[in-house]
Design a protein around this ligand. Structure first.
Ligand SMILES: C[S@@+](CC[C@H](N)C(=O)[O-])C[C@H]1O[C@@H](n2cnc3c(N)ncnc32)[C@H](O)[C@@H]1O
Ligand code: SF4
Length: 368
């Protein structure tokens, strides 16, 4: 018997170095554990296979640095995963060699998401990145040479020391590489981290500029013909293909997904679970044929409807409100409409351009 989930996330946590601003589940060193980790992932897949549909739409290998995983192990994993229409691998620029790019392509990867972050050498140093700007350019060229026609670049803005001119130059540099897709994130700095201690005052100054930076990002990228299809995501429109990230669309549209690996989250038929983050215990459990330790949450209909509204309003498409009424606060919605931040018509709800810039603030007003 098969289930319904058509999206699979696989977490590959290994990194060469822990960047100061990063809050993802990562493991530095432990090169000797790549093979046992892939074994564990495949065991977990077997245990959960019944929740997967027969036809998988997307697979996303995220990290960590998936492309730091020993290549034979990465290829063994890709080979063992079910076929999917979109297979994305996240990659750090300095790890992308011609050999890796060719091997990923041959293994059926359709899309690569490259963590560029910025092209300014001094800002890359602030972020403690291993790659320099030329590594990003070289990575994209290697991927193109290997035949990739769906490349995404990640950029971060609000970096300590960044000026509006730096941001403009980053956007120009990214656009010069003609990526099919761009993700542009505000830098999030967790209170209490080493990074926040080191850059506190400058982070406060950047926080005041973020709204302006966000507007500049949207203006520059939409001006270059990209579709602003989600709060932080843009895709090219000069093609007959829909170049949005189908995997992430799955999350934003509230579809079920299975997550494998340490720290990975799954949401299937109203139940959400998050695997514990410890590597040793994850490996131990799966080697013994047991599921890893997990935190489980049952999602009732109200919670699911609220999430559906919050995530759905990040997109540029109208959200059908049929079945989601319980999640909407009529007074808040009326206020948002009066202020020109949201429009409801014919049973669907959309944020206006101004509403999308205010994002979470407007959604908080509308959600019951
Ligand atoms: C899972 S991360 C890591 C990908 C890859 N290891 C790398 O560093 O390039 C995916 C993306 O999230 C973004 N990101 C990570 N930490 C962030 C933070 N603290 N604030 C904003 N964006 C962040 C970066 O743009 C990054 O490329
Ligand atoms: S390489 Fe990416 S995942 Fe690894 S620590 Fe740096 S930002 Fe985080």
């Amino acid at each position: 018997m098969s289930g319904h989930a058509r999206h699979v996330y696989v977490h590959l946590p290994f990194c060469a170095h822990r960047c100061g601003y990063c809050d993802f589940v990562t493991v530095v060193g432990k090169e000797g554990q790549h093979a046992v980790y892939v074994d564990a992932l495949l065991h977990e897949l077997e245990l959960e296979r019944r929740s997967l549909a027969e036809d998988i739409e997307t697979i996303f290998l995220g990290g960590g640095t998936p492309t730091l995983t020993a290549l034979p192990e990465l290829l063994r994993l890709l080979e063992a995963l079910p076929p999917a229409e979109e297979v994305t691998v996240e990659a750090n620029p300095e790890t992308i060699t011609p050999e890796l790019a060719t091997a990923l392509r041959a293994a059926g990867v359709t899309r690569v998401s490259v963590g560029a972050q910025t092209f300014r050498p001094e800002l890359l140093r602030v972020l403690e990145r291993v790659a320099g700007p030329d590594d990003v350019r070289r990575a994209v060229h290697h991927l193109r040479d290997a035949g990739f026609d769906n490349i995404s670049l990640d950029l971060i803005y609000g970096i300590p020391g960044q000026s509006a001119a730096d941001l403009a130059a980053d956007l120009d540099d990214a656009l010069a590489l003609e990526p099919e897709h761009l993700s542009c994130y505000e830098l999030e700095a967790k209170p209490g981290t080493r990074f926040t201690h080191a850059w506190g005052t400058e982070l406060e100054r950047q926080a005041e500029a973020l709204e302006d930076y966000f507007e500049r990002v949207v203006a520059r990228l939409t001006g270059a013909g990209y579709r602003w299809y989600e709060t932080a995501n843009f895709c090219r429109t000069d093609s007959t293909r829909d170049l949005r990230s189908r995997h992430n669309l799955g999350y934003w549209l509230g579809h079920d997904y299975l997550g494998l690996g340490i720290g990975a989250v799954s949401t299937i038929e109203g139940r959400r679970w998050r695997n514990a983050v410890g590597l040793g215990r994850y490996l131990g459990a799966l080697a013994a044929g047991r599921p890893p330790e997990r935190e489980v949450e049952e999602l009732d209909d109200d919670v699911r409807a609220r999430e559906r509204v919050m995530l759905g309003l990040r997109l540029d498409e109208p959200l059908l409100v049929d079945g989601l009424r319980s999640a909407l606060d009529p007074a808040g919605l009326e206020r948002a409409e009066r202020l020109g931040l949201a429009v409801e018509s014919d049973g669907s709800l959309t944020l206006t351009r101004r509403g999308r810039f205010l994002g979470g603030g407007v959604t908080a007003e509308i959600v019951a």
